[in-house]
Design a protein around this ligand. Structure first.
Ligand code: ZN
Length: 309
């Protein structure tokens, strides 16, 4: 094993880090909570990455990385190397690629966390399992919120970092959203919303959407309704995608995907009823789980390493 790439996947809740080798195998995966320091969020992040990098170097003293792969959450301008905006972490127009390149004195491949994870799912995960080349796809990450990686004619859609914000598109029955809008998909269709709505209506604390699904399967009427409303909201948004970018496959990842066929089969049925002449996409579960972001960071690091030699 010869680690060549230093990888970071920076989310709103935690940062994952690892080394990868030329084959893309991950080594020394670790995770820490993302610190929030409002006065200087970008440098706070860089300090955390330096600490993680030092830990990995200590664990693999023979390693000599040739590039860094860095994925971050929020609105990300991949071309310019900036974190445009992160509601969770607080940066605005932060030159993250340059800051990390300076910190490690290495070339940095930089991108958006969901888009990077989506590329990895298509290349190594669910996309690979489909067996044929998929040029048009949507990867939906449904957790606390909802974000999408969109692929059209073989290319990921970035649009300056603003593409794929599916969770903040309005749906019928949507509620007030922390983003300031009303009706956003993620207020009703996300794992976080399912758990929160159930708690609000029943006064019963649940650890997550999984418990609401269990209650539904036990015949709890409120759980049945909340779950069905989430399915309807997700179906609405996926149908819109079918009319705009016509994916051949919709890959569902994130915490809610752990529900498996209890989520996917009703989505397939509802989408089939909603669409008429449009291309009906396959709906499948993501395969890479928590490592999708690091696998995506690996692809970015490889590209950056190749460019610099
Ligand atoms: Zn919103």
């Amino acid at each position: 094993m010869n680690p060549q790439y230093l990888l970071f996947d920076v989310g709103g809740t935690d940062i994952k880090a690892a080394f990868s080798d030329a084959a893309g195998t991950l080594h020394g995966i670790r995770r820490i909570r993302t610190q929030r320091v409002a006065s200087d969020p970008a440098h706070t992040l860089v300090e955390q990455l330096k600490t993680l990098g030092a830990e990995l170097m200590a664990e693999f003293p023979e390693s000599n990385p040739i590039a860094v792969g860095l994925l971050v959450c929020g609105i990300v301008d991949e071309a310019n190397g900036t974190g445009v905006f992160s509601a969770n972490l607080g940066w605005r127009d932060a030159p993250l690629r340059q800051l990390v390149a300076d910190a490690f004195d290495l070339p940095v491949g930089f991108g958006h966390d969901v888009l990077g994870a989506g590329v990895a799912e298509l290349r190594f995960g669910a996309g690979k399992e489909l067996g044929t080349a998929v040029d048009n796809a949507a990867v939906l990450i449904i957790g606390t919120g909802i974000a999408a990686a969109l692929f059209v004619d073989g290319r990921p859609l970035s649009a300056g970092g603003y593409a794929g914000e599916l969770g903040h598109g309005a749906v019928p029955g949507g509620l007030s959203c922390p983003c300031g809008a009303h009706g956003c998909l993620e207020t009703i269709g996300s794992a976080g919303a399912i758990a929160k709505r159930y708690e609000q209506e029943t006064g019963v604390h649940v650890a997550g959407a999984r418990e609401v699904l269990n209650a539904r399967e036990a015949g709890d009427k409120i759980a049945v309704r909340i779950w069905d409303e989430a399915i309807a909201a997700l179906t609405f948004s996926i149908a819109q995608l079918c009319c705009s970018i016509a994916p051949q496959v919709v890959i569902i990842g994130g915490g809610l995907a752990q529900a498996g066929e209890a989520l996917l089969q009703p989505l397939r049925e509802a989408l089939g009823e909603k669409l008429t002449y449009q291309r009906l996409p396959q709906i499948v579960a993501a395969q890479l789980g928590q490592d999708a972001g690091l696998r995506g960071a690996h692809l970015k690091a490889v590209a950056a390493g190749a460019q610099s030699t």
